[in-house]
Design a protein around this ligand. Structure first.
Ligand code: QV4
Ligand code: CA
Length: 484
């Protein structure tokens, strides 16, 4: 008995970082990309908690390089200058207020941790940083951390330019600069301790976990060493012994020496094949059709369900950054997007993240969106605009708020309701009409063919009258018809 108990305990500990720590019955998170902390706090209270969202992924909270004042690209936030908590999203006081208020309503916060690198190697005179900390990228000095030249990897990098040139070369991908970003020497105890100090500071404030940015560009053992020094979550909101949820950004679309499975020991990984394949199916590219989704999940070569963080699009591939973006569906393709997100939220595979974006002036030249750098809706002084809520519950100021679209919000609730129920009663027409249930709790049907769908299906639900929460809204005992 004693041995068995001990064994269970150890296994439990090792799995802890795969657990999102969401409240029971809350099964998804939403990425509020580039939102201000003040707006996220309000959104937790007025919308996310009442609608069963489990948490929010936030943009990197630490100090970064300011680029191209006043037209600031979103991607400046992936160029750290220090671990001080001030960015365009807000200062430390606002950050603490957000975490406290979201936690108090049971919506937890997941921070984007940019720990592979600091800012680009050419930044220097003429550039400043979001908290005003001094730095010099040319001499690799970041006194606000502090880091200096010997905390970086350049000596270990074997590429000609010092940048990553060949993704088939595993040590180049991990030891050289990703697009010239100064690459931290994570095998050094000193560097590890600065990073764990930062992450533990966030844990003490009350965050529930981390997206590990550019995990592919760090040695799995180095990431592990950092994670092993992390504290348990804050006892004010989390049970004793709760570990931060970890999901690592590894883009593994196949064909490279760096694979998702190398990172399973550290926590979950972002399954990029998921959105790429689902987009291909919904667009009917390469002869794909929805009928083939019958064995969606591991059957499609994805990582094991309990190691996967899944999403239809993310902040990179929705605008042509990162890898494998061509088939990706986004809010710009609203109808197909709602179907894809609906499918993701209805299907039991993986832990689900919903994207919430802002509109930007997309402008294609030779197939490339030359405006894919454009930062969040902002005022003339470069500060980020707030997220006003319209009377019809949509968002103003060019914030898209996909998470507030009825179909997506209701499917987030659907996923909570069917949590733990088996994938059941699959039906397809051999083409693009499919349907399936989740035990006796929910049922969903899709028609992505160009003709009507008129079939009698076994749903597995108890006899009764049900509301279609995609086309309508359940109001008391009736289901309201509506626009789309
Ligand atoms: C450019 C050239 C370099 C040159 C340099 C000289 O490309 O070859 O050496 O100038 O100064 C930006 C610019 C990029 C510029 C670079 C350095 O886009 O043109 O280099 O800065 O100044 C985001 C953006 C990047 C951006 C970066 C830092 O996507 O474009 O780079 O932020 O501001 C791979 C990785 C994966 C990564 C993905 C985008 O495996 O890890 O690419 N995804 C994550 C984030 C992503 C972020 C980073 C990693 C970096 O999700 O948003 O990149 O933190 O697939
Ligand atoms: Ca690296």
């Amino acid at each position: 008995m004693g041995v068995r108990f001990l064994l269970l305990f150890i296994v439990g500990l090792c799995r802890a970082q795969y657990d999102p720590n969401t409240r029971p019955g809350r099964t998804s998170i939403v990425h509020l990309f580039e939102w201000r902390w003040a707006d996220i706090a309000l959104e937790c209270e007025r919308y996310l908690a009442p609608n069963g969202f489990g948490g929010v992924q936030i943009s990197p909270p630490n100090e970064n390089l300011v680029i191209g004042d006043p037209s600031r690209p979103w991607w400046e936030r992936y160029q750290p200058v220090s671990y001080k908590l001030c960015t365009r999203s807000g200062n430390e006081t606002e950050f603490r207020d957000m975490v406290t208020r979201c936690n108090n309503v049971g919506v937890y916060v997941y921070a984007d941790a940019v720990i592979n690198h600091m800012c680009g190697g050419n930044a220097g005179a003429g550039n400043h940083s979001t908290c005003g900390s001094f730095f010099n990228a040319k001499t690799k000095e970041f006194p606000a951390v502090p880091y200096s030249a010997w905390d970086f990897n350049d000596a270990k990098c074997k590429s000609r330019s010092g940048d990553i040139e060949d993704y088939r070369d595993l040590s180049q991908v991990r030891n050289c600069r990703l697009v010239n970003l100064l690459d931290l020497a994570l095998e050094k105890n000193y560097v590890r301790s600065r990073i764990t100090e930062y992450m533990n500071y966030l844990i003490d404030i009350g965050v529930a976990g981390f997206r590990i940015d550019a995990a592919k560009h760090m040695w799995p053992g180095d990431v592990k060493a950092v994670l092993e020094e992390l504290k348990d979550l804050n006892r004010k909101w989390f049970p004793a012994g709760a570990k931060p949820f970890i999901y690592q950004e590894v883009i593994d679309l196949g064909g490279e020496p760096i694979t998702d499975s190398q990172y399973f020991g550290n926590g979950r990984v972002t399954e990029f094949k998921y959105g790429a394949k689902l987009g291909t199916v919904m667009r009917k590219w390469n002869g794909e059709k929805m009928a083939y989704l019958k064995n969606w999940g591991e059957g499609w070569g994805f990582v094991p369900s309990d190691t996967a963080l899944v999403f239809v699009d993310n902040h990179d591939n929705q605008r042509g950054h990162g890898a494998g973006g061509a088939s990706i569906l986004t809010f710009w393709d609203a109808r197909l997007y709602k179907m894809a997100v609906g499918f993701m939220l209805a299907h039991p595979y993986g832990f689900t993240r919903v994207m919430s974006s802002y509109r930007w002036p997309r402008y294609f030249q030779n197939g490339v969106d030359i405006n894919n750098w454009v930062g969040p809706p902002s005022n003339s002084d470069g500060s980020t605009k707030s997220v006003p809520i319209n009377p019809d519950t949509t968002c103003g100021n060019d914030w898209v708020c996909e998470h507030r679209w009825r179909q997506i919000r209701n499917m987030v609730i659907f996923r909570n309701v069917v949590d733990g129920q088996p994938f059941s009663n699959w039906w397809d027409n051999g083409s693009n009409q499919v349907a399936f249930g989740r035990g006796n709790r929910g049922f969903i049907a899709f028609n992505n063919d160009d003709w009507y769908m008129n079939v009698n299906l076994q749903t597995g639900l108890p006899a009764g009258t049900y509301c279609d929460v995609i086309s309508g809204q359940k109001e008391g005992n009736t289901s309201t018809p509506n626009d789309s």
